[in-house]
Design a protein around this ligand. Structure first.
Ligand code: HOZ
Length: 429
């Protein structure tokens, strides 16, 4: 008698009614091969699949689970909010608290609008920049992913990179003809682009710590150059901190680099696992938003009371003393332990981290650009991914996604991960 694996049967069933069996492409395991795990529950640093197998989770819902899964304080806040009603389509005081909290924690944000996903946040930020400057052209960088709005889906990272499609089908060229794509971490290209088109450029949008082409940190010079050029030419600087905001530290990448964005897009951590995202920035720019100004944006579930409760309680937890020092220390232990294990096994591998985000690269040097990350050994990553998965460690199923650590990844969890990696590296030759 053959035993049916529950993940396999759920995956077959899912594919009948959902394209590819998943609701977001990277989850399908296409680039690493094999069957995605169907998750039944999660707690702290772990989740469990349909077979009852436990995994140490290094995705953390792609960033939001910074305090660990199902944190009792967050669950309690959600339950209490849900009991008061799920959605009103009318304003609540909790939305004001959320806006006040964001404005306090990210000083470049004077006013903020809540939305439900990172895609909505970046898409709206772009519309605002174009509406406020009355210009059409935008600059983005190869390998940065800013959600799936048409004009941003050009040479993007994340799923597009994972599957090797530079640009999505279904995006008319007319929609992207105003999008200039430059190399990440190349200040000279920025200088040249502004020299050629400066007065036509509505905005520059960037992930200041990129997390959608694996983890790649911007150099200070790169960000300083774009800040200066945007100021000189009256263009809007948009930091897409959906991934790195409240991940690399309190106040996000802009606090880390000491650079103020004009508009910032946030998501993931600020929703604590429920759909909250936001865009905000200089008050004079935000005044262009409807109902005050002519830039339209709206959403039935924007500022949803249950989602905002999850976000507020998560933001409270990350402000506990020592939170980011601990998170950062655990992530550093992880990447140092993995690097040492690879070195001992003579595997060409390196790792990097910032706060609670990390990158693993089957390469000799930590990459600083899209081209260098693409040159890493994808096939070795795929084998490593599966060896780790078999050992109960769930990494992102793509060589081009960042990883995430939660505050619940204690020393024993990190040590178990490094032990699993030692065995995996030994089998990689
Ligand atoms: N775009 C996300 C990773 N960068 C994936 C989201 C998901 O599959 O949940």
């Amino acid at each position: 008698m053959t035993m049916t694996n529950k993940n396999d049967s759920l995956f077959s069933r899912a594919q009948k009614t959902t394209p590819g069996g998943v609701n977001s492409p990277v989850r399908a395991f296409r680039s690493v091969g094999g069957t995605p795990r169907f998750i039944t529950r999660a707690e702290g640093p772990y989740f469990w699949d349909a077979e009852g197998q436990r995994y140490i989770d290094y995705i953390g819902s792609w960033g939001p689970a910074i305090v660990g899964h199902a944190h009792p304080a967050v669950v309690k806040a959600v339950q209490e909010a849900a009991a008061r009603g799920l959605s009103f389509g009318a304003p609540t005081e909790a939305e004001i608290l959320m806006a006040e909290e964001i404005c306090r924690l990210v000083p470049s944000i004077e006013q903020v609008r809540l939305v439900s996903s990172g895609t909505e946040a970046t898409m709206s930020a772009l519309r605002l920049a174009r509406g406020a400057t009355k210009r059409d052209k935008i600059i983005k960088f190869e390998g940065c992913y800013h959600g799936h709005a048409d004009s941003l889906l050009v040479k993007a990272g994340s799923g597009l990179l994972t599957f090797g499609n530079p640009t999505s089908a279904g995006v008319p060229e007319d929609f992207t003809k105003h999008t200039l794509v430059l190399d990440y971490n190349d200040p000279q290209q920025l200088e040249d682009a502004f020299k050629a088109y400066g007065t036509e450029i509505a905005c520059v949008i960037v992930e200041p710590v990129a997390g959608n082409m694996n983890l790649i940190k911007a150099t200070p010079e790169f960000l300083q150059t774009m800040r200066r050029l945007c100021t000189d030419y009256g263009s809007v600087l948009i930091f897409d901190e959906v991934m790195c905001g409240f991940r690399v530290g309190l106040g996000g990448a802009q606090a880390l680099y000491g650079i103020q964005a004009d508009i910032t897009a946030l998501g993931k951590v600020i929703g604590g696992g429920l759909p909250v995202a936001a865009f905000g920035g200089r008050a004079d720019l935000m005044q262009h938003m409807a109902p005050l100004g002519g830039v339209y944006q709206a959403g039935t579930l924007s500022g949803n009371p249950v989602a905002v409760a999850a976000g507020l309680s998560t933001l409270k937890l990350v402000q506990e003393p020592g939170f980011y020092q601990h998170l950062s220390a655990q992530t550093t232990k992880l990447v140092e332990g993995l690097s040492a294990a690879a070195k001992a096994a003579n595997i060409s591998f390196c790792a990097d981290s910032q706060g609670g985000m990390f990158g693993l690269y089957f390469a000799q040097e930590i990459p600083g650009s899209y081209a260098s990350v693409m040159a890493s050994d994808k096939e070795k990553f795929n084998r490593f991914f599966h060896l780790m998965l078999d050992a109960g460690v769930y990494l992102a199923p793509s060589a081009f996604e960042a990883g995430f650590v939660s505050a619940q990844h204690d020393d024993a969890v990190i040590a178990a991960t490094i032990e699993a990696a030692k065995q995996a590296f030994a089998q990689l030759h």
